[in-house]
Design a protein around this ligand. Sequence first.
Ligand SMILES: [Zn+2]
Length: 370
Amino acid sequence: MIDRQRIIDNFLEMVKIPSPSLKERVIADYVKSQLEKIGLEVIEDNAGKSCNGNSGNIIGILKAKGSKNKKILFSAHMDTVSPCNKVVPIIENKIIKSDGNSILGGDDKAGIAAILEMLNQLKDNNLDHPDIIVVFSIAEEIGLLGARKLNIEKYAPDFGIIIDSGGKPGTVTIQAPFAAKGKIEIIGRSAHAGLEPENGINALVVASHAITKLRLGRVDEDTTSNIGVVVGGTAVNIVMPSISMIYEARSFDGKFLDELLIETKTIFRDTAKKFGAEFKEDIVKGYDGFKIEEGSEILKILEDACKNIDIEYKPIKSGGGSDTNIYNEKGIPSINIGIGMSKVHTTDEFIKIEDMIGCTKLLLSIIDKI
Ligand SMILES: [Zn+2]
């Protein structure tokens, strides 16, 4: 049923187009022409202008055929991480990978390829389908900027299916965490370490006292926190005048994350005060987390769709963020489904052709079950 050669050719064509975040122009024009060829109404929004990109999000609209009365969003992102200036895809043992000098960009061009093949199948086989909104977003990798700027409310889909994760087809992310990160600084006072150490305030000592009181690592089963970078000091004979740390915390429980952030800041502030040092921070919350309840309509459809084509339905929690977080934040129940992309964000990235095809079958099965 799936046109194997067409999806492979389309995928290879797209991965060869460099598309780092905010430089998606060429891939945007490519997917625009593909969508138009299939017969969708295509719109480019002005999301790129507000974040200095050279392309907007590409939105495709396909009116329903038959009696299915839902409106479904299908989405994947166009940008990739680097290195991506020259991607040379290689097919070996039914796996597509790069030549080792760049990422492959299956994250997330595999998602785009699956959506385009699904649309081609609907057209070629004259299949019934609901209203379909396709979004190929920009700047996902640098903070979900395209999805954030997109006026998705205008199109008002009932559900969102985002194709942007690993795992075999049938794997579905139904929960992702709230997240926060930022810099913490302790400013003490420098002094000659040999001549007058009592006139200094060692920022490292202050930070150390605070850190012993912090909850770091796996805070509870829903929450993690980490100090990943520390920078401080000027010379061995100078009392360390300041220290800065990069901190992050994530939790499936948004309220608990707020409490943990307050606790962390309070410990640093109180400790700094005790030592006569100064405390600064710029920790901000990024995207919101989400949780799709088991038994909700979208998951029932997905479970049926998996059964229909005899693949395992496998709901999972994810520790990372994607455009899915933004659509849920905007009130559209959305899930992120697996397409088998592996070792993403590395030059070892690869994808099995079977998984790309399996995911396309699943998309068609979802449409069938709506
Ligand atoms: Zn991605």
